[in-house]
Design a protein around this ligand. Sequence first.
Ligand code: CA
Length: 440
Amino acid sequence: MIPAGSEADASRACCVDVPSGSPFPLHNLPFGVGRRRDESVGAFVAIGDQALDIAAASRFFVGTVAADGLLDDAQTLNQFAALGRGAHREVRSRVTELLTDDSIADDLQPCLVPVTDLTMLLPVAVGDYVDFYSSLHHATNLGRLFRPDGDPLLPNWRHLPVGYHGRSGTIVADHTTISRPHGLRTCSSATGTDEHLPVDGPSEQLDIELEVGFVVGAPSEATRRVATAVAEEHLFGVCLVNDWSARDIQSYEYQPLGPFLGKSFATSMSPWVVTLDALEPFRVDPPTQDPAVSDHLCTSGPTGFDLHLEVLLQSAAMCDGGIDPVVISAAGFADMYWTPAQQIAHMTSNGAHLRAGDLFASGTVSGPDRGSEGSLIELTARGERPLELPDGTTRSFLEDGDCVTLRGWAGADTATRIGLGSVTGTIAGRPVSHANEEDH
Ligand code: CA
């Protein structure tokens, strides 16, 4: 389905100069929440390296009922998200009209602010948070590392989208500093009879997980299952998620009930919510599922999305020495085994309902090849083959002061690319020589 307005507007010039390769061209128009320099907070739509201040442009939205929840100084997009895809479509269409109408360009100009003038906040107040485990390659890689003597995939994995409920209160915005968690963990030097004895202390295996997040828009009714065919009608949009993970805490605690404190200390979420309409041209058929799945998980058509994702790392020394971040992983999203539609259908199959602002993440996105793994534990085989960084150091897991950025986009051609933007987090404890670093 082509989003309303976009086809007709495809050839029209945007009054904002969008830099080549920008993740936010006219056909993207993602929604976000930012704090202005005067400390006020409001809703914005990104265009190039600018952002349209919806409140400042309110007169252009008069009569647009769908702008409810955006026109006042919105602290979150929850209210707007809840209006559903028709409303999101209407506002994007209106923004497209505004940005391509030469006759109002001068009037619109004061409503545009450089994104760099904004502190981007979480786009929604996240209610429930679910993290899935939907990459066959990641589940296989991790299964081999965590259960070297067993089958990498547990018997249920191909029958349902495995997931767990995470901690929404520790989902943090872009550029939030991440404190190294303490906890009961496996001791890396433990041997022999004491190998199951934990030690209490800071994690020595702090890791990242490269994930795609999905923000719920229109809620669903309690006790009603959401069918795969209509599941996407409940989506507000897509973002990037870094599921920070303490592998030593995780590996000690995860049996028999699954992830807990090794995951719940921080999860970073990117600031811009990209609508499915913007990603429509980049749909793909998901992989064939074998064995056949339960009726409530059956889908047809292109319910996958062809996204390219990357992880970049910059140590404190690299930052100090003016060395740019390096790409340590590049993975594709197109071959994820379970799709967002199936994840929604499964999350609601017991009658649990969706609320606007709920977030669910794909699970770590890993490909089949070296360098396409979405976590350090996979990239380094749990430290057996450390990464070499341009500053001459190596990494098995994250060191204090390391800065990690996830970025992602759809489309091979930079001219027509639709970007998800990026999300960055720095591990606390940069050496004092690195000024300007604030630990939260
Ligand atoms: Ca995860």
